[in-house]
Every structure is written in C-alpha cells, then in structure tokens.
Design a protein around this ligand. Structure first.
Ligand SMILES: [Zn+2]
Length: 465
C-alpha cells in the first residue's frame, strides 16, 4: 500500500484513489519565460517518479500538466524582444520539452496551455461571483479571501486578524508570502500588454485561476493528486483551493504532494552566487542527462537536496556502473537452468524496493535496494552461479526497477567484426548498383552503432568510435 505525505492534512496517509483503478493527477507545469533550471527539474522528475510508481502499482493514470504561457515575467520578456506572446512562448515550450525528454521523463497524458483556456477561467470567476467571493476594482476582479473560511488550511499560515481585515489587494502573480491579501483573478488590460475581450472586461487572467480552470476541465471538480514544488504551497495552491472550492462547493483535491527545495553547493540557487544552473548549463559542462536525473532523484522528495558538481560526477560513475552491469548481464554466457538463490535475491530486492517507495516514495532507500541487488548479482556472476534462466529473471527485475527510475540506460548491441564487414560489403555493392538510398541507409545504421567509415589510400576502412 502506497503511503504518501499529504500537505493538506499534515500526515502520511494511505493512498486511496477516488475511483480505482483510475488515478487523476495534476502537476503545475513550467512558466515558459526562459530555460528551465535544475530546481524546476527536481520537481518535474519527482512528478515523473510519482507518475511511474502509480503505474507500477497497477493504477490507470491520467496525468495533466499545464504550461503557464502568460504571466508578468513572460509579458515583460516578450515585449523586450518585440515578439508576440505566442511566438515567444512557443520557443521556450519547445526547449522545455527537449530538456524534459532528454531527462528521461514520460510525457503526461495531457499538456494544456493557459491561453487556450480563457473561457474556462471566465466561467469559474463568474461562478465565484455568483457565490459572493469576488469584487471588482478599477476593471480588475479580485478574490475576497475573508469570505472563504478555509483559507490558509493548506499552508498552515496564521491568518487570524489578517484575513478578517484583508482589504488590501495584490495584482502581481507572485507576491510577498508574509502578507496575506486578496488576489487578482482577472486583470484589467494595460497598454502594450496582451489582453482578451471577455464578459469581465478586456484583460488577462491571474496566474492562480489558470490551474483551477485547466485541472477541473480535464480531471473533474474533485480529483486525486495535485503535485508541485514546495514554493507553490503559498500562495499558488492555497489560492487554487479557494477558487475551485469557492466555485464548486466541493473538495478540490484529496492529496497535495510537494517536492522540497533544491540547494546547490549548500546554498539557495541564485545567479548572483554563481550556483544557478539550467539543464543546458550542465550539459555544456559535459554532464549526461542520465546522471543529472539520477542525482535529482537520489534524495526523497520531502527532503531538501543539496546538488553539487562533485555529487554529479559521482552520479556519472554510478549510472555508468549500472549500465555496465546491465550490459555484462545481457552478454553473460550461462548454462541452462536456474537457481533458487537467485530467485530469492530477486524476491527480496523487489520487496525492499517496493517497501521503500510505498514509504512516501523513499527514493534513497529504493536506490540502496538496487545497488545491493547489483552487488550481489555481481558476486553470483563472478562465482559462475548465474544460469540462463536466472539471467532472464534478473534482466526482467532491472526493467521493473527502471520502469520507475529509468537510470540503467540502454545496452547498445555490439556488432561483431564480421557483421560490420558484411554491411560494408553490401553498401559497396549498393553503390556500384547506384542504389544510393540503400547505401545511405547502411551508412546511417553503422553510424548509429558507433562505426566510422574512412576512405584511405588502402581503400575503405572502418573503426569503432
Ligand atoms: Zn499551478
């Protein structure tokens, strides 16, 4: 049974979906004003792990992620670069998914853009108005938090006195976390800013209303899991609850799950300190996506993770060792049969792995189970104790581990010299017959396998990269 810490109840709870075997999950996605940094990716890779483990447990998952493609920062950048909002954000959405895919994350079932859901946002704001939660001021519409009794229940901040007297308003998408104020649902149009003509007047949405609109549109008015970074608890998620429950009168989300902060070299990441890294910065330094993934998943999500370049170098050798182990096992020449000791090892490792992840997704313990499994299998291989049947069962266990962590990597099939020579001969024959399409196809196939062809005085030679 999966147990998970729920920010709403402040307790570790057994996970019980509303409508099993279906699980509906919403994850706050990126605000696409720049390249995503590794703090962002800690959250997205945690969401990926949660996603994968939910599927591992046999549930049928519907996972929705939004793209915030309109907000204060995006507008400022787009104006600066004289680009339309769409043009500016399209580019960063593309970069985001290039990084996301490279990091081995699975795409959610649905990815929704905020600016495609203006009518849904207006609809919720109108319902809030009908329920008495909104007021207008200078063309903008605000949420009156004093009218919503449960305000503050998620973030556990002390609002007494504060809430009752909250007549101050805030227009900014991100605001001072110490000062509780009425937040904007719909912002009156300003000159030079993108805007939409709606029943609430010409303007644009506040950030928080986006997520209420997109999540409820796709997942219904009450759904199972809402995840995101811990920095979103207040005000973003607190406001999402106020908006959604204020509109529907129903509980919005059952389990609120948050990934803790990422520290870099022991400090909060900042450009000033020189410890601010995008995914691309680390790739430019020669690091691999798989090692970055491994390191970001190595600490449980409810703990702060201290990301260091030394730790990343360690992760490089760890994932290389895992890949090397998988390759040696794949290529192992073993006698027929199987042994009870290996079956026992597999069973124990699987149990430990699942117990760790069931325990509020304790990735550190789950990875420790994987490393012990690798070490013990290595010992068994060295003793010649792994039979052909064991090898298949061990490889299947690696696939199960990897369906959640995705860190072992693919084993490249090594071509035998004779097979390479046969392909080259076929390519020469194809060229002689002017079948250039086939010749190119073979060349590409060889390149993909790391074989480099060279024309020399002595004729065509090949070597491995
Ligand atoms: Zn959100």
């Amino acid at each position: 049974m999966l147990k998970i810490y729920n920010t709403l109840t402040n307790r570790i709870e057994e996970f019980q979906p509303i409508n099993p075997p279906e699980v509906r999950m919403y994850v706050c996605g990126p605000t696409v004003y720049d390249y995503a940094h590794i703090g962002n990716f800690r959250t997205f890779l945690f969401a990926d792990l949660l996603r994968r483990y939910i599927k591992y447990k046999g549930y049928r998952l519907r996972h929705v992620m939004n793209i915030t493609d309109v907000d204060d920062k995006i507008i400022a950048r787009a104006v600066e670069q004289k680009k339309s909002l769409r043009e500016y954000t399209d580019r960063y959405i593309q970069y985001f998914f290039e990084d996301f895919d490279a990091l081995g994350a699975e795409r959610p079932e649905e990815v929704l853009r905020a600016t495609d859901h203006i009518p849904e946002m207006i609809e919720i704001i109108k319902r809030l108005g009908a329920n008495g939660y909104t007021y207008q001021s200078e063309g903008s519409t605000y949420f009156r938090i004093a009218g919503f009794e449960r305000y503050g229940r998620l973030s556990k901040m002390k609002f007494e006195g504060n809430v009752a007297g909250a007549s101050e308003r805030v227009d900014a998408d991100e605001y001072d976390k110490e000062n509780v104020r009425d937040f904007v649902l719909w912002k009156a149009a300003k000159p030079g800013e993108p805007s939409w003509e709606t029943e609430l007047g010409e303007g644009r949405p506040g950030w928080h209303i986006e997520c209420s609109a997109m999540s409820m549109k796709s997942l219904g008015e009450t759904f199972d899991i809402h995840a995101g970074g811990i920095d979103l608890v207040f005000p973003h998620h607190e406001n999402e609850i106020a908006q959604s429950e204020g509109a529907t009168g129903k509980q919005f989300v059952r389990y609120w799950v948050h990934a803790e902060f990422l520290m870099v070299e022991g400090q909060k990441m900042s450009k000033k300190l020189g410890n601010f890294f995008t995914f691309r910065d680390l790739i430019a330094k020669g690091h691999t996506p798989r090692a970055i993934r491994y390191l970001l998943l190595s600490a449980p999500h409810h703990k702060q993770l201290n990301f260091t370049l030394e730790g990343l170098r360690g992760a490089e050798s760890t994932v290389e060792r895992l890949n090397d182990f998988k390759r040696r096992l794949t290529e192992l020449k073993a006698e027929e049969g199987s042994s009870p000791a290996i079956a026992e090892l597999i069973e124990q490792s699987q149990r430990r792995f699942e117990e760790a992840l069931d325990d509020d997704l304790n990735t550190a313990e789950a990875l420790a189970a994987i490393h012990d499994f690798v070490r013990e299998t290595n010992t068994a291989m060295a003793q010649g104790a792994v039979r052909a049947g064991d090898r298949e069962a061990l490889l299947a266990m690696i696939d199960r581990f990897d369906s959640v962590f995705n860190v072992f990597g693919e084993v490249k099939q090594e071509l035998l010299d004779s097979e390479i020579q046969a392909l080259i001969d076929e390519r020469q024959a194809a060229r002689a017959a002017k079948n250039f399409a086939r010749a190119d196809e073979i060349r590409n196939q060889l390149t993909a396998m790391g074989i480099i062809l060279e024309d020399t005085k002595e004729g065509l030679r090949w070597r491995r990269k």
